[in-house]
Design a protein around this ligand. Structure first.
Ligand SMILES: [Zn+2]
Length: 304
């Protein structure tokens, strides 16, 4: 058995073929060109599916789609998406794709898919209760309980990025102040570094960690403050969910143990010892395939 998989992000789309055992046979990518709007994006997804069917044969068992935005995974409808993809809110993607192609289709949120992908074939293999955080432009979250994503009452659970970290803190694009992602996302790390280092050169997460590792004090301090903020948000989540594992995804996960060790050090000082005993922190291991894998896992397991 094999499946088509499409992972729609705000800037790029990844797509390919996933086998029944979680092996990714072919992986392609292209720009989302999100600013062109939802109709254009729907046509793009249809073209991608036509291309995959032509290249890899029509003998497939379904289409799994992971997308940015909050998704009703039963109806396969985008119930809320930010202006990053104009018009995406309200798109009944499953219905549109199933009407066009005669294969079953499954659509879910990208972080939820990433969590399922890691559970199927990555860092969360064998785990049934874990949390997944993606530290990027914002902070995405997924809660896995008893082996399935907890969707909440209306498919919106896991918006960790908008927990309150500092009351009356910095303004957030959600309309409120002091949200977690203003302080602990990768963009926040870069913003703080840019301000504190006072440099005009364009910094990014990789450069900041490189300099911190080389012992440059200013960058060490920035990384220390940032990992403290990441841990401060995790403190609440750990006390609520008592997970056995927290997976850190996003570009900074390339730092491996280095980043999880720093976060764990802060976190250990913030949580009760009973929560500490069987808590692991790991970086995501499926990389850019996690969303595709999770979408196919959802399809295979008929998640509702
Ligand atoms: Zn917010």
């Amino acid at each position: 058995m094999k499946y088509l998989a499409v992972d729609i992000g705000g800037t790029g789309i990844k797509y390919g073929i996933v086998e029944d055992n979680g092996n990714v046979l072919a992986l392609y990518n292209m720009d989302t060109e999100a600013s062109k709007g939802a109709n254009c994006l729907i046509e793009k997804v249809k073209d991608i599916i036509r291309f995959l069917l032509k290249e890899h044969g029509e003998d497939i068992d379904g289409i799994g789609i992971s997308t940015a935005g909050q998704v009703d995974r039963v109806a396969g409808e985008i119930i809320f998406a930010t202006d990053a993809i104009p018009g995406w809110t309200g798109v009944k993607l499953k219905e549109i794709i199933e009407k066009e192609f005669s294969y079953p289709c499954y659509v879910d949120n990208d972080v939820n898919c990433a969590a399922l992908g890691e559970m199927w074939a990555g860092a969360a293999k064998g785990e049934k209760n874990f949390l997944c955080l993606t530290l990027g432009t914002g902070i995405g979250g997924a809660i896995v309980l008893n082996g399935d994503v907890f969707t909440g009452s209306s498919y919106s659970a896991g918006e960790f990025g908008h927990m309150n970290l500092y009351p009356n803190g910095m303004e957030c694009n959600c309309g409120h102040r002091g949200c977690y992602e203003r302080y602990a996302s990768t963009s926040a790390l870069v913003k703080f570094a840019q301000e504190k280092a006072g440099t005009i050169e364009k910094l990014n997460g990789k450069i900041i960690f490189e300099r911190a590792n080389n012992g440059e004090k200013i960058y060490k301090d920035i990384v220390n403050q940032w990992t403290y903020n990441v841990a401060l948000g995790l403190k609440s989540l750990v006390h609520i969910f008592n997970p056995s594992l927290i997976i850190i995804g996003g570009g900074v996960s390339a730092q491996g143990n280095l980043i999880t060790d720093l976060i764990k050090e802060h976190l250990n000082n913030m949580i009760m010892p009973s929560f500490n005993k069987n808590l692991m922190l790991k970086v995501a291991s499926c990389g850019n395939k996690a969303g595709m894998l999770g979408a196919v896992y959802g399809l295979k397991n008929n998640k509702k």
